[in-house]
Design a protein around this ligand. Structure first.
Ligand code: ZN
Length: 253
């Protein structure tokens, strides 16, 4: 077993999985409740359907969902699929961050980056909404990580932030000019800038390619499963950007 400065790698990955499941569960609850201005800070303590308090056995990430076969034990309501989606994403991200981070500061940065990306992805998937304060927090944290001396260096991050923002702003303007309608949300423009501040300009082509590939793959799944898809269909591009950015961070580490 490889021993890192901060502990045996097996233990660290188990810790990553547990923390990822808990954080993913919390963020899914936040994403579901946020636009309803219904606080998630008290945790997922009540049923989304009937408001009944949830027993401890119904609060275990993923396992509770499977055990209840996707329906709330109290009222039979279909449990929101965003819960297990956030939990599974949290588990995978937690394990991956624990496996690649070379020291504890990098691991903390990974949790901040991954946690904010996951919340943005969940909000975009459900509400087609990337709130400005969250994207701003992501951008500031990227700057902070650079100031703390984490790779990539501050210059690469600043160029990445500007390049990411300007590239998407240009594409957005061009699309609007050519097609006379919005093809990309303003939130995607700011998100790509924030991603540049985290990964540096060198990673942006890979992130863009990854996000486009993930988006095409998703569109293909929609087509194959018979869901309608036209030029005017909305795909939550922020989800694919967040996914590709998370992968980019792992490649960088
Ligand atoms: Zn219920």
């Amino acid at each position: 077993m490889t021993v890192r400065r901060w502990g045996p790698v097996g233990m660290v990955i188990i810790l990553g999985v547990v923390l990822g499941a808990i954080l993913g569960s919390f963020l899914a609850t936040v994403a579901i409740r946020w636009p309803r201005e219904d606080s998630a800070l008290r945790g997922r303590s009540a049923c989304d359907g009937c408001g009944a308090p949830l027993a401890a056995y119904r609060l275990v990430p993923v396992i509770s969902f499977v055990a209840q076969r996707g329906r709330a034990a109290c009222c039979g309501m279909r449990i929101d699929r965003l819960h297990p989606a956030g939990e599974i994403a949290g588990v995978l991200a937690g394990a991956a961050i624990a496996a690649v981070a070379s020291d504890s500061l990098t691991a903390v940065a990974g949790v901040v980056f991954g946690g904010l990306l996951l919340l943005l992805a969940l909000l975009d998937a459900r509400h087609y909404w990337l709130p400005n304060p969250l994207t701003a927090a992501l951008a500031l944290a990227g700057l902070g990580a650079g100031l703390l001396g984490l790779q990539p260096d501050l210059a690469s991050r600043l160029i990445g932030g500007a390049a990411g923002y300007l590239l998407f702003a240009g594409v957005r303007l061009g699309y609007r000019h050519l097609r006379g309608r919005e093809g990309m949300g303003g939130g995607d423009v700011k998100l790509f800038g924030a991603i540049g501040l985290w990964l540096g300009w060198q990673m942006l082509p890979l992130v863009l390619f990854g996000a486009a590939a993930a988006g095409l793959f998703w569109a293909l799944i929609l087509l194959v499963t018979g869901r309608s898809l036209s030029g005017a269909s909305r795909l939550p591009f922020g989800v694919f950007l967040a996914l590709a950015a998370g992968g980019g961070w792992l490649v960088l580490e």
